[in-house]
Design a protein around this ligand. Structure first.
Ligand code: FAD
Length: 439
C-alpha cells in the first residue's frame, strides 16, 4: 500500500524506555517543522511516521511551485525558533557568500524561490536526524480518512482500509486533500494547454485571492498563455504586499480585556488600532498588533463567539495577514493592466467546471472535524495546538499550521507555525509521556 523509506535506524535505546510512536499527518512545511521539532526537543526514543496522501516530504516545492517565491522574506523563515537568523545564515553561507546578490541586498529581505526554502528545511531535517540514533522516521504515502481512539492510544484509518496505532498524532494537513496545492498547479497547466488549442477559447477562470492564485497566474503568463483569464477572488482584490515599515519592530497595544464577546473584543481592538494609527503605524503593523491581541482575547471567548469569527472573519483576517513580495504584486498588477486578465464575481462560477481552476487556500474546519469524527462547531485549538472538543482536550491529538488556523486566528506566518510545532512537542514531552507510562 505505501511507499516506505526508513531514514533513521533505531540505535541504542536507554533501558526501560519504550519508543513512543508518533504520527505526523501531512508532509508540507508544518509537518516537516514538527518532525524537526520532535528530533530537536523530544528527549526520548521515538518512531515517527510522516504520512502524506500524495506528496513526498518537501514536494510542495517541486516544479513550477518551487520556482514561485516565498511570500515571507528570509528573515521570517527560520525553522529553528531559538535561531531566528538561521535561514539567512544558511543562505549566506551556502549561496551568497561573497556573491553579487549579497552585496546588493541583505539576505534577510530576500523572497527566495520556494525550492531553496525547501532545501534549507530538508538540510535541517537531515542534520537533526543525524544527531538522533534513538529515532526512526518513516515516510508513508497514504490518505488518512479517520483518526480515533483505541486501547493503544490513537488509531489512524487509511482510505484503503488499513490502519495503524500511535501514542500521539499530529495533524498537519494544511488546506486538506480537497485543496491540495499540487492539484491546482496541475489543473491550471492542463486547462491552459487545452484552451490554447482552441480557436476561440472561453476564459480560463482561476478561483482564489492568495499567494497560490498569484503564483499560478504569473506562471501561466510567463509560460506564454495569452487567453483571457478571469480571477474570481472572494476578497475582490489582489493579495496585499509587504509594507516598507514591516520587520522594523512590532507595534504594541495595551493589555487585552477579559472580554467574552467577539463584539467587545473588536470594539477594543478598533480602539487600540486607532491609538496605534495615531502613533504613526502603517496598516500592516496595526493588523499584526490586532492579530496578536485577538490571540490573547481568544482564550476567554466562548465557543459560539469563536464560531462566529470562523464563519465571518477568518477569510478576511487571513487575506490581510498573508502578504506577498512587493515586486510580485507589481507583476500581478501589470498582468491586469495589460488586459486579458480581470476580476469577476466570486459568486458566479463556483470552484469546479472544465475551465475553472480552484486556487483557494482556505483551511477547512469541517474537513478537520471529519478527520477526527467530531462536530466542527464544538472544536477549537489552543496555543499548543491541542485539539479541544466541548471544552475537553482530546488526548494525544495536536493540530499545527494551516490546519489549526481553520479553528483559531492563526498561525498565518511560518514563525508562528514553528512556535506552535515546538509547543506541541513540549506538550507531547510532558502530557503524552505521562499518559503512555500509565498504560
Ligand atoms: C507561492 C507561494 C508562496 C508561499 N510562501 C509561504 C511563506 O513564505 N511562508 C509560509 O508560511 N507559507 C507560504 N506558503 C504556503 C505554504 O506553502 C503552505 O502551503 C502553508 O504554509 C501551509 O503549510 P502546511 O504544511 O500547514 O499545509 P500544506 O502545505 O497544505 O500541506 C499539507 C499536506 O497534508 C497532506 N494531507 C492533507 N490531508 C491529508 C490526509 N487526510 N491524509 C494524508 N495527507 C493529507 C497534503 O497532501 C499536503 O501535502 C506559500 C504558498 C505559495 C503558493
Amino acid at each position: 500500500m505505501f511507499f516506505e523509506r526508513a531514514v533513521g535506524q533505531e540505535g541504542a535505546r536507554p533501558a526501560g524506555l519504550p519508543a513512543m510512536r508518533i504520527a505526523v499527518i501531512g508532509a508540507g512545511p508544518s509537518g516537516l517543522a514538527t518532525a524537526i521539532a520532535l528530533m530537536r526537543r523530544f528527549h526520548r526514543p521515538f518512531e515517527a511516521w510522516l504520512i502524506d496522501a500524495e506528496d513526498a516530504p518537501g514536494a510542495f516545492a517541486d516544479g513550477a511551485a518551487g520556482r514561485a517565491r516565498t511570500t515571507e522574506p528570509a528573515r521570517d523563515l527560520s525553522v529553528v525558533p531559538d535561531r531566528p537568523e538561521d535561514f539567512c545564515n544558511w543562505l549566506k553561507a551556502g549561496l551568497l557568500a561573497g556573491g553579487a546578490v549579497a552585496a546588493l541586498r541583505g539576505a534577510q529581505d530576500l523572497h527566495v524561490p520556494r525550492s531553496l526554502f525547501r532545501d534549507y528545511v530538508m538540510a535541517r531535517f537531515g542534520e537533526a536526524l543525524s544527531l538522533r540514533r534513538d529515532v526512526r522516521i518513516r515516510t508513508f504515502r497514504g490518505a488518512v480518512r479517520h483518526v480515533g481512539s483505541c486501547a493503544q492510544g490513537l488509531r489512524i484509518g487509511f482510505r484503503d482500509g488499513d490502519c495503524a496505532d500511535f501514542d500521539h498524532v499530529v495533524v498537519a494537513t494544511g488546506f486538506g486533500i480537497a485543496q491540495r496545492e499540487a492539484a491546482s498547479w496541475r489543473a491550471a497547466r492542463a486547462a491552459a494547454e487545452r484552451l490554447s488549442q482552441e480557436e476561440a477559447p472561453p476564459p480560463l477562470t482561476l478561483v482564489g485571492d492568495g499567494p497560490r492564485l498569484a503564483a499560478i497566474l504569473l506562471d501561466l503568463r510567463a509560460g506564454g498563455y495569452a487567453g483571457d483569464i478571469h480571477v474570481a477572488a472572494a476578497a475582490g482584490r489582489l493579495p496585499p504586499s509587504h509594507g516598507r515599515g514591516e520587520g522594523a519592530g512590532g507595534m504594541t497595544l495595551g493589555a487585552p480585556p477579559a472580554t467574552r464577546s467577539l463584539k467587545d473584543a473588536f470594539r477594543y481592538i478598533r480602539r487600540a488600532c486607532r491609538a496605534a494609527d495615531a502613533q504613526g503605524g502603517d496598516w500592516q503593523g496595526v493588523v499584526d498588533a490586532a492579530s496578536a491581541r485577538l490571540a490573547a482575547v481568544w482564550r476567554h471567548l466562548p465557543q459560539a463567539e469563536r464560531n462566529r469569527y470562523r464563519r465571518h472573519l477568518l477569510g478576511v483576517h487571513r487575506h490581510f495577514s498573508i502578504r506577498i513580495a512587493g515586486d510580485i504584486q507589481r507583476r500581478l498588477a501589470g498582468a491586469f493592466e495589460a488586459g486579458r486578465t480581470r476580476f469577476v464575481s466570486s459568486r458566479g462560477p463556483g470552484a469546479s467546471g472544465e475551465n475553472i481552476v480552484d486556487c483557494r487556500e482556505m483551511p477547512s474546519a469541517r474537513a478537520l472535524a471529519g478527520l477526527v469524527g467530531r462536530d466542527a462547531a464544538a472544536l477549537s485549538v489552543d496555543d499548543c495546538g491541542r485539539l479541544i472538543s466541548h471544552e475537553e482536550v482530546l488526548c494525544g491529538l495536536s493540530v499545527v499550521g494551516a490546519a489549526a488556523s481553520s479553528l483559531r486566528p492563526g498561525p498565518f506566518t511560518f514563525a508562528e507555525t514553528v512556535r506552535q510545532a515546538y509547543r506541541a512537542v513540549l506538550d507531547i514531552q510532558t502530557q503524552g509521556l505521562a499518559r503512555v507510562s500509565q498504560r
